[in-house]
Design a protein around this ligand. Structure first.
Ligand code: ACO
Length: 336
C-alpha cells in the first residue's frame, strides 16, 4: 500500500495514554528468573516495565487512555462515530466480542461503531491509517484509535528470552477533520512468510488449546529473537524513509521520529538509516519495555506532553511486528 492523502484532510485532534501503576524493574525480574539488569539493559535498553494487576483487562487500559485523548481533544464520547482498538491481547479470545465494543460500552459512546484490528506491534500504525481513511472519505467524522495491550497475560514467565521484553499499557488518538496539515500519508506492509518467527501457537482455530498445549505453554509468545531483530533493523528505517520520500519529502525534513519501542539497538539502526540524529528520535522503552500496539501512541502522548511536538512539525511513526507486519505514518502536526 502506498502513501497517498485521503480526499478530506484528517489529523490527530487529541492524544492520551495510560500505563498501569505497578513498576517492575530488571532487578525485580532477576529475583524470579535467571537474568540480570546488565543483560537486559545492554541488549535491549529496557530498565523497567509496567504490569497490569490481575483484575485489569486490556479494555480497562484502553478506556483510561481514551478518556485522556478525548479530554485532550475537548470532546465527549458522543462525538465519536467509530472506535478502532489495535491489540494482540484482546479482552476475549478471538476478539469475541471485540475489545473496541467493550470500550464503546464503557465510554458510553452510543453512536460509535467498534472493531478490533490485529497487526500486533504494527497495530497502531495500521489502525491510524485506517481511521484517517474513514474520516478522509467522509464515512466517519471522529474516530477513536487505540493501541492497548496486556502482554503480561500471554508471556511464558519461565522463558527469560521473551519475558523480559514486554510490558502493559495503552495509548489513544482522536482522529477528525483538520483545516491544514494533518495526516499526509502512510505505508502498510506484510510478509506472512515470517509468521512462524513470532507467534502464539495455541488457542486459535489452527491449534485449539488442549491440556497438552497448556502444559507446553503453547498459548504464550514464541519468538525467534535473532530473525525478528534482522527483519526489524531492515524494515523500520526502510518503511519510514519510503513513506516520507513517496510524499516528495526528505528524511531530513523529519522533526520527530517515533518508532515502535522494542529495542534501543533496532531504534538506533532505524535512525541511522533515516540519517536522523538521536535528538530527533523519541524513546521511552527504558521505562515501559515493548508494549506492542500501545508503544507508539504511548510514546506519542509522552512526546506531545513533554513539548517535543509543535504545530507544523513533521512527525513520523513506524511500527513492525508479528505477521510479519509493518506500517509508517507521516503527520504534519496540526494541533496548537
Ligand atoms: N537474561 C540473560 N540471558 C539471556 C536472556 C535474559 N533475559 N535471554 C536470553 N539470554 C541468553 C541466551 O540464552 C543466550 O545464551 P547462550 O549463548 O548461552 O545460548 C544468550 O543470552 C544470547 O541470546 P540471544 O537470543 O542470541 O540474544 P540476542 O543478542 O539475539 O538478543 C533479543 C535477544 C534482545 C531478544 C534480540 O534478539 C532482539 O531484540 N530481537 C528482536 C525482538 C523484538 O524486537 N521483538 C518485538 C517484535 S514486535 C511484536 O510484534 C511482538
Amino acid at each position: 500500500m502506498s502513501a497517498s492523502p485521503p480526499p478530506r484532510r484528517a489529523g490527530i485532534l487529541g492524544v492520551g495514554s495510560y500505563a498501569p501503576p505497578q513498576v517492575v524493574t530488571n532487578d525485580d525480574l532477576a529475583g524470579r528468573m535467571d537474568t540480570s539488569d546488565e543483560w537486559i539493559r545492554s541488549r535491549t535498553g529496557i530498565r523497567a516495565r509496567r504490569l497490569a494487576a490481575p483484575e485489569v483487562a486490556t479494555s480497562d487500559l484502553a478506556l483510561a487512555a481514551a478518556d485522556n485523548a478525548l479530554a485532550d481533544a475537548g470532546m465527549s464520547p458522543s462525538d465519536l462515530d467509530l472506535i478502532i482498538v489495535a491489540t494482540g491481547t484482546p479482552d476475549y479470545p478471538g476478539s469475541f466480542p471485540s475489545t473496541a465494543a467493550v470500550v464503546q460500552e464503557a465510554l458510553g459512546a452510543k453512536r460509535a461503531a467498534a472493531f478490533d484490528l490485529g497487526a500486533v506491534c504494527a497495530g497502531f500504525s495500521y489502525a491510524l491509517h485506517v481511521g484517517v481513511q474513514m474520516v478522509g472519505t467522509g464515512a466517519n467524522q471522529n474516530v477513536l484509535v487505540v493501541g492497548a495491550e496486556t502482554f503480561s497475560r500471554i508471556l511464558n514467565w519461565e522463558d527469560r528470552a521473551t519475558a523480559v521484553l514486554f510490558g502493559d499499557g495503552a495509548g489513544a488518538a482522536v482522529v477528525g477533520p483538520v483545516a491544514e496539515g494533518g495526516y499526509l500519508g502512510g505505508i502498510l506492509g506484510a510478509d506472512g512468510s515470517g509468521g512462524p518467527l513470532l507467534n502464539v501457537a495455541a488457542g486459535g482455530s489452527r491449534q485449539p488449546l488442549t491440556c497438552d498445549g497448556l502444559a507446553a505453554r503453547a498459548n504464550t509468545v514464541y519468538q525467534n529473537g535473532r530473525e525478528v531483530y534482522k527483519f526489524a533493523v531492515k524494515i523500520m528505517g526502510e518503511a519510514a524513509a519510503q513513506a516520507v520520500e513517496s510524499l516528495g519529502l526528505s528524511t531530513s525534513d523529519v522533526d520527530l521520529f517515533i518508532p515502535h519501542q522494542a529495542n534501543i539497538r533496532i531504534i538506533e539502526k532505524a535512525a541511522e538509516r533515516m540519517g536522523l540524529p538521536m535528538e530527533k528520535v523519541f524513546v521511552n522503552l527504558d521505562r515501559y519495555g515493548n508494549t506492542s500496539a500501545a508503544s507508539i501512541p504511548l510514546a506519542l502522548d509522552e512526546a506531545v506532553k513533554a513539548g517535543r511536538v509543535r504545530r507544523g512539525d513533521l512527525v513520523v511513526l513506524v511500527g513492525f511486528g508479528a505477521g510479519l507486519t509493518w506500517g509508517a505514518n507521516v503527520i504534519r502536526w496540526s494541533k496548537g
